[in-house]
Write a protein that binds this ligand. Structure first.
Ligand SMILES: Nc1ncnc2c1ncn2[C@@H]1O[C@H](COP(=O)(O)OP(=O)(O)OP(=O)(O)O)[C@@H](O)[C@H]1O
Ligand SMILES: [Mg+2]
Length: 135
């Protein structure tokens, strides 16, 4: 997908998720694959007007959208062991009527909900302008 295609896909997904809350989406993929870019587009579809940034230091960023919709954006890059999630209210995240998006879901191991929609983004050799998207 081109950047424009990825953004259109994300916005459509966010609009659909708005009708299916609570909902969890995992975004796997290497550094720079487009996980935060896709999160931002999903947020727009959900009705979040705030700018979604890269939550490098905070594990979870919460955004408020229109019609009291909420997006919880988790970036687990810095997690070394799923046990580290025990102290951050991880389980409670999934009890909210919110959309939870998880970057680097592998870091959470078995703590990722079984019913999460799993999306993977891949770089394409010799084409920095497109990504392969699988789910
Ligand atoms: N087709 C494309 N899809 C997604 N991103 C693209 C595409 N083409 C170019 N890009 C660019 O690639 C970069 C992706 O960065 P982004 O922060 O979204 O990646 P990330 O997967 O979240 O990385 P990190 O693991 O560091 O959090 C952005 O600068 C984006 O504009
Ligand atoms: Mg990111």
């Amino acid at each position: 997908m081109t950047l424009a295609e990825l953004e259109a896909f994300g916005e459509a997904l966010g609009r659909a998720a708005a009708e299916a809350l609570p909902c969890t989406i995992t975004l796997a993929g290497d550094l720079g694959a487009g996980k935060t870019t896709l999160t931002r587009a999903i947020g727009r579809g959900l009705g979040v007007d705030e700018a979604v940034t890269s939550p490098t230091f905070a594990l979870v960023h919460e955004y408020h959208g229109r019609a009291s919709r909420r997006l919880m954006h988790c970036d687990l890059y810095r997690i070394n062991d799923p046990a580290e999630l025990a102290n951050v209210g991880w389980e409670a995240l999934f009890e909210e009527p919110a959309l939870v998006i998880i970057e680097w879901p592998d870091r959470a191991g078995h703590l990722v909900p079984d019913d999460a929609l799993a999306i993977s983004l891949y770089h394409i050799a010799d084409d920095e302008s497109r990504r392969r998207v699988r789910w």
